[in-house]
Write a protein that binds this ligand. Structure first.
Ligand SMILES: Nc1ncnc2c1ncn2[C@@H]1O[C@H](COP(=O)(O)OP(=O)(O)OP(=O)(O)O)[C@@H](O)[C@H]1O
Length: 247
């Protein structure tokens, strides 16, 4: 078997142009290469299954329609704050691999918090990561749905699913009326994600003190793990200029 593989490899090698380095040169390297390919394929499949499950549960994929084409390149910079927010978001995406740092984008409506969060997620998707941007309201209605008769999933499984996405961005923190259940669920998600070294993004109109008050010190402390990113979006809303046809 090894001899056959060696013969085949030496025949193949004769046809490889000079200067091209093959992925494997010995039967052992070939075997390792095949194992690695298999591992990558099964990871891709698991990711795809998870994305489909998310789509079924939340009735949509990781990024909402309006933000599906948001990128770093189509974020307009007209003030220093925007330039800094853009640079920091871009750096966050570049340094995502193996990083446990979470981020909080806080500030006025329409300033591009979702835009830059979607740009981060779109960049990560290109690198095969799983992402989900979801509002607190959507999380809560999915959670409440698990209590109804014949529900496909359980509260525990839903929390587990939300904890496994490579980057989960929770939007509209502080929009809902404050409820104890909501606080407990966010606490559990952030806790589980941080203990499995997965970062969480948060988008909010609240300031840091209000976030501390709403979510509690436990959650906010976990959000500060590692080299976490906090950006304040304090310029004017861009919404009146959106036509829906720009990208
Ligand atoms: N600097 C910008 N360049 C280009 N488009 C922008 C910029 N800022 C915001 N937008 C666009 O304006 C719209 C509103 O922005 P976005 O949804 O990111 O706001 P937000 O800060 O998340 O607001 P809210 O707090 O109300 O959820 C989006 O369509 C977004 O793509």
């Amino acid at each position: 078997m090894v001899k056959k593989a060696t013969d085949l490899l030496s025949r193949v090698r004769r046809h490889i142009p000079d200067g091209i380095r093959p992925a494997f040169t010995t039967p052992e390297e070939w075997h390792q290469w095949q194992l690695e390919q298999g591992r990558q394929r099964s990871q891709a499949l698991a990711r795809e299954n998870q994305a489909m499950k998310m789509q079924r549960t939340f009735k949509r994929s990781g990024i909402r329609e309006l933000h599906i084409n948001c990128s770093f390149d189509n974020y307009l910079v007209e003030c220093e704050g925007q330039a800094l927010a853009l640079a920091r978001a871009r750096k966050y995406a570049d340094e995502f691999e193996g990083n446990i740092a979470s981020f909080v984008f806080s500030g006025k409506p329409g300033t591009g918090k979702n835009h830059l969060a979607a740009a981060i997620c779109n960049a990560l998707l290109l690198h095969g990561k799983s992402v989900l941007i979801i509002t607190v309201a959507d999380i809560m209605s999915a959670m409440k749905g698990t209590f109804s008769e014949g529900a496909e999933t359980t509260e525990e499984r839903l929390i587990e699913d939300l904890s496994r996405v490579d980057l989960l961005v929770i939007d509209e923190i502080g929009v809902q009326t404050e409820s104890r259940y909501e606080k407990v669920i966010i606490n559990q998600i952030v806790d589980r994600r941080s203990s499995s070294k997965r970062p969480t993004g948060m988008l909010t109109n609240l300031n840091i003190n209000e976030m501390n008050q709403l979510l509690g010190e436990r959650v906010m402390d976990r959000m500060r793990l590692g080299n976490s990113l906090w950006v304040i979006f304090n310029w004017d809303s861009h919404r009146s200029r959106v036509t829906g046809k720009e990208y």
